[in-house]
Ligand binder design. Structure first.
Ligand SMILES: Nc1ncnc2c1ncn2[C@@H]1O[C@H](COP(=O)(O)OP(=O)(O)OP(=O)(O)O)[C@@H](O)[C@H]1O
Ligand SMILES: [Mg+2]
Length: 256
């Protein structure tokens, strides 16, 4: 699924509800992702940010609410289904396959979409896979010397960069990133966010979850604030003050 010309909303989540037993993690959450726009989703621990993201990308099923991709109602059945719809996610817990190589991880899950990269990226095509992997990591300023090493041998930061590279490389509609730079140093974080901005400039819709509010104010176009399972407000990142965002996250009134 690719961008529909003139359509200004890539993904719309409306009234999303999710229970975990007696716990109501999401209580009617609404979120809109627009092509070319970076939306930061902020909120206190346990507000429901990761849960909402997992519902949008098919990792969890909602109990209620509606998802629309390019204005079409969809039931995202699985993360594989989300991939087919052009939506890739960087999870807070990364979800790489530790025993597969760096290159295999970059291509992980692509079999379903490409009709079997084993076919066209077969044994003789491993060279092409390596070129693509090296390029995707290189765009993030990462140089992994041996792409055949298992991911469990990478540093936390290298793993995080690989997860971001994979999402940005394959996404055609949206990329959802849950704390994508938590394991990265300041230099590497800056490169990742430059890459994210470039991806948005190419027309991707981007959702970034982060507790680094000052960084979100400079990187994102819009800031959505979540509290107790709902998105309580959405603000223009260029026109809001740090203290106001934190006040909203914690439930105080915004200072005049
Ligand atoms: N699989 C699960 N089973 C039971 N409860 C869960 C599960 N996943 C999340 N929760 C609960 O749902 C609520 C929302 O969790 P969620 O992970 O979405 O929060 P978050 O906003 O991402 O927080 P953080 O900033 O700490 O990552 C929390 O109370 C959490 O304990
Ligand atoms: Mg979370």
């Amino acid at each position: 699924m690719t961008a529909v010309p003139g359509s200004e909303v890539a993904i719309r989540a409306t009234g999303i509800v999710k229970h975990f037993g007696h716990l109501e993690a999401l209580r009617g959450a609404d979120l809109v992702l627009r092509p070319g726009q970076i939306l930061a989703l902020v909120g206190d621990n346990g507000a429901g940010k990761s849960t909402l993201t997992k519902i949008i990308c098919g990792a969890l099923a909602p109990d209620d609410g509606e998802l629309r991709f390019w204005d079409e109602p969809v039931r995202v059945q699985s993360t594989r289904h989300a991939h087919e719809l052009g939506v890739y996610t960087v999870y807070q817990d990364l979800a790489l396959a530790p025993d597969l190589s760096v290159a295999d991880n970059l291509f992980l899950g692509r079999e379903a979409i490409a009709g079997g990269w084993q076919g066209w990226f077969g044994v003789l095509e491993r060279g092409a896979m390596h070129v693509e992997t090296r390029a995707a990591l290189g765009r993030l300023g990462i140089n992994v010397r041996n792409l055949n090493v298992p991911v469990r041998n990478l540093s936390g930061g290298q793993r995080q960069a690989l997860a971001v590279a994979r999402a940005i490389n394959w996404a055609t509609t949206a990329v959802l990133m849950d704390e994508p730079t938590a394991a990265l140093g300041p230099m590497q974080s800056a490169i990742v966010y430059e890459t994210v901005k470039a991806a948005a400039a190419r027309g991707l819709a981007v959702l970034v979850i982060s507790h680094d509010i000052p960084r979100m104010l400079s990187v994102a176009h819009r800031i959505a604030v979540m509290r107790h399972g709902r998105v309580i407000t959405e603000l223009d990142a260029g026109a809001v003050k740090l203290a106001d965002v934190i006040g909203l996250m914690l439930g105080e009134e915004v200072a005049a």
